[in-house]
Design a protein around this ligand. Sequence first.
Ligand SMILES: Nc1nc2c(ncn2[C@@H]2O[C@H](COP(=O)(O)OP(=O)(O)O)[C@@H](O)[C@H]2O)c(=O)[nH]1
Ligand SMILES: [Mg+2]
Length: 255
Amino acid sequence: MEFDAFDKKMRAYERSLDSFIAPELYLCARLDGRGFSRLTEQKFKKPYDELFYNYMTDTVRHLMSCGFNIIAGYTQSDEISLLFHPCDNTYNHKTRKLISVLAGEASGFFSLKLGAPVSFDCRLIPMKDKNEVKDYFSWRQTDLLRNSLDSCCYYALLGDGMDYLSATKMLEGRDVPFKTEFLSNYGIDYNSLPSWQRYGAVLHFDRTERTGINRKTGETVRFFRRELILSENLPAGEKFGEYILSLMDGALSRA
Ligand SMILES: Nc1nc2c(ncn2[C@@H]2O[C@H](COP(=O)(O)OP(=O)(O)O)[C@@H](O)[C@H]2O)c(=O)[nH]1
Ligand SMILES: [Mg+2]
Protein backbone atom coordinates (compact mmCIF):
# COMPACT_ATOMS: atom_id res chain seq x y z
CA MET A 1 0.00 0.00 0.00
CA GLU A 2 1.25 3.48 -0.85
CA PHE A 3 2.36 5.34 2.35
CA ASP A 4 -0.22 8.17 2.24
CA ALA A 5 -3.07 5.70 1.96
CA PHE A 6 -1.51 3.53 4.68
CA ASP A 7 -1.07 6.57 6.97
CA LYS A 8 -4.68 7.64 6.39
CA LYS A 9 -5.98 4.17 7.16
CA MET A 10 -3.98 3.83 10.41
CA ARG A 11 -4.71 7.40 11.62
CA ALA A 12 -8.41 6.72 11.38
CA TYR A 13 -7.97 4.15 14.15
CA GLU A 14 -6.15 6.50 16.51
CA ARG A 15 -8.64 9.28 15.85
CA SER A 16 -11.64 7.05 16.44
CA LEU A 17 -11.83 7.92 20.14
CA ASP A 18 -10.98 11.62 19.84
CA SER A 19 -13.36 14.01 21.51
CA PHE A 20 -13.36 17.75 22.17
CA ILE A 21 -14.82 20.03 24.85
CA ALA A 22 -17.41 22.32 23.28
CA PRO A 23 -16.06 25.91 23.27
CA GLU A 24 -19.10 27.43 24.98
CA LEU A 25 -18.58 25.34 28.12
CA TYR A 26 -16.68 26.39 31.23
CA LEU A 27 -13.90 23.96 31.91
CA CYS A 28 -12.17 22.62 35.01
CA ALA A 29 -9.63 19.85 35.35
CA ARG A 30 -9.02 17.89 38.53
CA LEU A 31 -5.80 16.03 39.21
CA ASP A 32 -5.47 13.56 42.06
CA GLY A 33 -2.36 11.84 43.37
CA ARG A 34 -2.39 8.10 42.70
CA GLY A 35 -1.94 5.97 45.81
CA PHE A 36 -1.02 9.01 47.91
CA SER A 37 -2.47 7.47 51.09
CA ARG A 38 0.40 5.01 51.05
CA LEU A 39 2.97 7.55 49.91
CA THR A 40 2.05 10.11 52.59
CA GLU A 41 1.89 7.41 55.28
CA GLN A 42 5.47 6.45 54.46
CA LYS A 43 7.07 9.81 53.78
CA PHE A 44 5.11 12.65 55.43
CA LYS A 45 3.82 13.73 58.82
CA LYS A 46 0.19 12.83 59.54
CA PRO A 47 -2.38 14.19 59.22
CA TYR A 48 -0.75 17.27 57.61
CA ASP A 49 2.71 18.07 56.45
CA GLU A 50 3.84 21.49 55.34
CA LEU A 51 6.45 20.03 52.98
CA PHE A 52 3.78 17.96 51.21
CA TYR A 53 1.56 21.03 50.99
CA ASN A 54 4.46 23.03 49.52
CA TYR A 55 5.01 20.34 46.88
CA MET A 56 1.32 20.53 46.00
CA THR A 57 1.25 24.34 45.70
CA ASP A 58 4.49 24.25 43.68
CA THR A 59 2.84 21.71 41.36
CA VAL A 60 -0.16 24.03 40.93
CA ARG A 61 2.23 26.87 40.13
CA HIS A 62 3.91 24.69 37.52
CA LEU A 63 0.59 23.67 35.93
CA MET A 64 -0.42 27.30 35.70
CA SER A 65 2.82 28.21 33.97
CA CYS A 66 3.21 25.40 31.43
CA GLY A 67 1.29 26.75 28.47
CA PHE A 68 -2.39 26.70 29.40
CA ASN A 69 -4.43 29.79 30.20
CA ILE A 70 -5.65 28.97 33.69
CA ILE A 71 -7.36 31.50 35.94
CA ALA A 72 -7.12 29.72 39.27
CA GLY A 73 -5.78 26.53 40.79
CA TYR A 74 -7.21 25.16 44.03
CA THR A 75 -5.41 22.52 46.05
CA GLN A 76 -6.62 20.50 49.00
CA SER A 77 -5.21 17.21 50.25
CA ASP A 78 -3.62 15.45 47.24
CA GLU A 79 -5.86 17.03 44.61
CA ILE A 80 -5.68 20.07 42.35
CA SER A 81 -8.58 21.76 40.55
CA LEU A 82 -7.78 24.08 37.67
CA LEU A 83 -10.19 26.61 36.20
CA PHE A 84 -9.50 27.31 32.52
CA HIS A 85 -9.87 30.83 31.15
CA PRO A 86 -12.88 30.88 28.77
CA CYS A 87 -10.46 32.15 26.09
CA ASP A 88 -8.15 29.16 26.46
CA ASN A 89 -8.20 26.89 23.43
CA THR A 90 -5.04 24.86 23.91
CA TYR A 91 -5.04 21.77 21.65
CA ASN A 92 -8.53 22.85 20.52
CA HIS A 93 -9.58 21.36 23.86
CA LYS A 94 -9.04 17.85 22.60
CA THR A 95 -9.75 15.78 25.70
CA ARG A 96 -6.95 13.24 25.40
CA LYS A 97 -4.38 16.01 24.95
CA LEU A 98 -5.57 18.03 27.95
CA ILE A 99 -5.82 15.01 30.22
CA SER A 100 -2.53 13.40 29.29
CA VAL A 101 -0.46 16.59 29.19
CA LEU A 102 -1.77 17.91 32.52
CA ALA A 103 -1.35 14.52 34.23
CA GLY A 104 2.14 14.21 32.74
CA GLU A 105 3.20 17.71 33.80
CA ALA A 106 1.94 17.23 37.37
CA SER A 107 3.43 13.75 37.70
CA GLY A 108 6.82 14.77 36.31
CA PHE A 109 7.03 17.91 38.40
CA PHE A 110 5.96 16.33 41.70
CA SER A 111 8.30 13.37 41.11
CA LEU A 112 11.26 15.71 40.71
CA LYS A 113 10.34 17.47 43.96
CA LEU A 114 9.97 14.20 45.82
CA GLY A 115 12.92 12.43 44.22
CA ALA A 116 10.79 9.33 43.49
CA PRO A 117 8.29 8.50 40.74
CA VAL A 118 4.63 9.31 41.48
CA SER A 119 1.66 9.92 39.24
CA PHE A 120 -1.52 11.96 39.11
CA ASP A 121 -4.71 11.07 37.32
CA CYS A 122 -6.65 13.81 35.59
CA ARG A 123 -10.29 14.31 34.65
CA LEU A 124 -12.05 17.12 32.85
CA ILE A 125 -15.22 18.72 34.15
CA PRO A 126 -17.06 20.78 31.50
CA MET A 127 -19.84 22.94 32.95
CA LYS A 128 -22.69 24.82 31.35
CA ASP A 129 -22.62 28.06 33.37
CA LYS A 130 -20.82 30.06 36.03
CA ASN A 131 -23.15 28.85 38.73
CA GLU A 132 -21.94 25.30 38.16
CA VAL A 133 -18.35 26.51 38.42
CA LYS A 134 -19.18 28.15 41.74
CA ASP A 135 -20.80 24.94 42.99
CA TYR A 136 -17.90 22.84 41.75
CA PHE A 137 -15.36 24.73 43.87
CA SER A 138 -17.65 24.88 46.92
CA TRP A 139 -18.07 21.12 46.58
CA ARG A 140 -14.33 20.41 46.49
CA GLN A 141 -13.80 22.60 49.55
CA THR A 142 -16.67 20.97 51.44
CA ASP A 143 -14.99 17.63 50.75
CA LEU A 144 -11.90 18.97 52.53
CA LEU A 145 -13.88 20.46 55.44
CA ARG A 146 -15.33 17.03 56.21
CA ASN A 147 -12.11 15.07 55.70
CA SER A 148 -9.77 17.38 57.57
CA LEU A 149 -11.74 17.36 60.83
CA ASP A 150 -12.11 13.58 60.63
CA SER A 151 -8.41 13.14 59.89
CA CYS A 152 -7.38 15.23 62.89
CA CYS A 153 -9.64 13.22 65.24
CA TYR A 154 -8.58 9.96 63.73
CA TYR A 155 -4.85 10.60 64.11
CA ALA A 156 -5.34 11.91 67.65
CA LEU A 157 -6.91 8.53 68.50
CA LEU A 158 -4.22 6.55 66.72
CA GLY A 159 -1.58 8.60 68.54
CA ASP A 160 -3.33 7.55 71.76
CA GLY A 161 -2.76 3.91 70.88
CA MET A 162 -6.22 3.14 69.48
CA ASP A 163 -6.43 0.79 66.49
CA TYR A 164 -7.88 1.71 63.09
CA LEU A 165 -11.25 -0.02 63.52
CA SER A 166 -11.95 1.29 67.03
CA ALA A 167 -11.03 4.85 65.96
CA THR A 168 -13.37 4.66 62.96
CA LYS A 169 -16.17 3.32 65.18
CA MET A 170 -15.64 5.99 67.80
CA LEU A 171 -16.01 8.79 65.21
CA GLU A 172 -18.91 7.27 63.29
CA GLY A 173 -22.01 9.48 63.20
CA ARG A 174 -20.45 12.22 65.37
CA ASP A 175 -21.21 15.83 64.49
CA VAL A 176 -18.84 18.79 64.08
CA PRO A 177 -19.23 20.23 67.63
CA PHE A 178 -18.51 16.79 69.12
CA LYS A 179 -15.37 16.40 67.01
CA THR A 180 -14.00 19.89 67.73
CA GLU A 181 -14.68 19.42 71.45
CA PHE A 182 -13.09 15.99 71.26
CA LEU A 183 -9.94 17.49 69.69
CA SER A 184 -9.73 20.18 72.36
CA ASN A 185 -9.34 17.37 74.93
CA TYR A 186 -6.14 16.51 73.08
CA GLY A 187 -4.99 20.13 73.25
CA ILE A 188 -5.84 20.73 69.57
CA ASP A 189 -7.83 23.87 68.75
CA TYR A 190 -9.16 22.82 65.34
CA ASN A 191 -10.19 26.35 64.37
CA SER A 192 -6.65 27.61 64.97
CA LEU A 193 -5.00 25.10 62.66
CA PRO A 194 -3.39 26.68 59.58
CA SER A 195 -6.05 27.75 57.14
CA TRP A 196 -4.71 25.60 54.27
CA GLN A 197 -5.35 22.47 56.33
CA ARG A 198 -9.04 23.34 56.78
CA TYR A 199 -9.89 25.31 53.63
CA GLY A 200 -7.16 24.56 51.09
CA ALA A 201 -5.25 27.14 49.03
CA VAL A 202 -5.71 28.96 45.74
CA LEU A 203 -3.18 30.22 43.25
CA HIS A 204 -4.31 32.91 40.85
CA PHE A 205 -2.86 35.55 38.61
CA ASP A 206 -2.99 39.18 39.63
CA ARG A 207 -1.48 42.45 38.52
CA THR A 208 0.78 43.57 41.34
CA GLU A 209 2.32 47.00 41.54
CA ARG A 210 6.09 47.16 41.75
CA THR A 211 8.63 49.94 41.95
CA GLY A 212 12.00 50.07 40.25
CA ILE A 213 14.74 52.51 39.38
CA ASN A 214 14.95 53.95 35.89
CA ARG A 215 18.62 53.36 35.05
CA LYS A 216 18.88 56.38 32.79
CA THR A 217 17.19 58.97 35.00
CA GLY A 218 17.68 57.38 38.41
CA GLU A 219 14.02 58.06 39.10
CA THR A 220 11.80 55.65 40.99
CA VAL A 221 9.16 54.28 38.62
CA ARG A 222 6.00 52.30 39.29
CA PHE A 223 4.93 49.44 37.02
CA PHE A 224 2.54 46.49 37.04
CA ARG A 225 3.54 42.87 36.75
CA ARG A 226 1.35 39.79 36.22
CA GLU A 227 2.17 37.46 39.08
CA LEU A 228 0.95 34.23 40.55
CA ILE A 229 -0.44 34.89 44.01
CA LEU A 230 -0.99 32.27 46.71
CA SER A 231 -4.18 32.87 48.72
CA GLU A 232 -4.33 30.89 51.93
CA ASN A 233 -7.02 32.65 53.91
CA LEU A 234 -9.99 31.45 51.93
CA PRO A 235 -13.67 31.95 52.67
CA ALA A 236 -15.72 28.80 53.27
CA GLY A 237 -18.55 27.04 51.42
CA GLU A 238 -20.77 29.10 49.11
CA LYS A 239 -18.57 32.15 49.69
CA PHE A 240 -15.59 30.21 48.41
CA GLY A 241 -17.41 29.52 45.14
CA GLU A 242 -18.21 33.22 44.87
CA TYR A 243 -14.55 34.06 45.47
CA ILE A 244 -13.55 31.84 42.54
CA LEU A 245 -16.14 33.58 40.35
CA SER A 246 -14.70 36.95 41.34
CA LEU A 247 -11.29 35.73 40.13
CA MET A 248 -12.89 34.68 36.85
CA ASP A 249 -14.63 38.05 36.46
CA GLY A 250 -11.33 39.83 37.18
CA ALA A 251 -9.53 37.73 34.56
CA LEU A 252 -12.29 38.34 31.99
CA SER A 253 -12.20 42.10 32.55
CA ARG A 254 -8.46 42.08 31.87
CA ALA A 255 -8.76 39.86 28.75
N1 LIG B 1 0.77 12.86 55.67
C1 LIG B 1 -0.03 13.61 54.92
N2 LIG B 1 -0.98 13.00 54.17
C2 LIG B 1 -1.77 13.79 53.41
C3 LIG B 1 -1.65 15.20 53.37
N3 LIG B 1 -2.57 15.69 52.51
C4 LIG B 1 -3.24 14.61 52.01
N4 LIG B 1 -2.78 13.48 52.56
C5 LIG B 1 -3.28 12.11 52.34
O1 LIG B 1 -3.46 11.86 50.95
C6 LIG B 1 -4.52 10.90 50.77
C7 LIG B 1 -5.43 11.39 49.68
O2 LIG B 1 -6.60 10.62 49.57
P1 LIG B 1 -7.02 9.78 48.28
O3 LIG B 1 -6.72 10.56 47.03
O4 LIG B 1 -8.43 9.33 48.47
O5 LIG B 1 -6.07 8.53 48.41
P2 LIG B 1 -5.26 7.73 47.28
O6 LIG B 1 -6.30 7.09 46.40
O7 LIG B 1 -4.44 6.74 48.04
O8 LIG B 1 -4.43 8.74 46.56
C8 LIG B 1 -5.23 10.76 52.13
O9 LIG B 1 -4.83 9.55 52.72
C9 LIG B 1 -4.67 11.92 52.93
O10 LIG B 1 -4.59 11.64 54.31
C10 LIG B 1 -0.62 15.80 54.18
O11 LIG B 1 -0.42 17.03 54.25
N5 LIG B 1 0.16 14.96 54.93
MG1 LIG C 1 -5.25 10.45 45.64
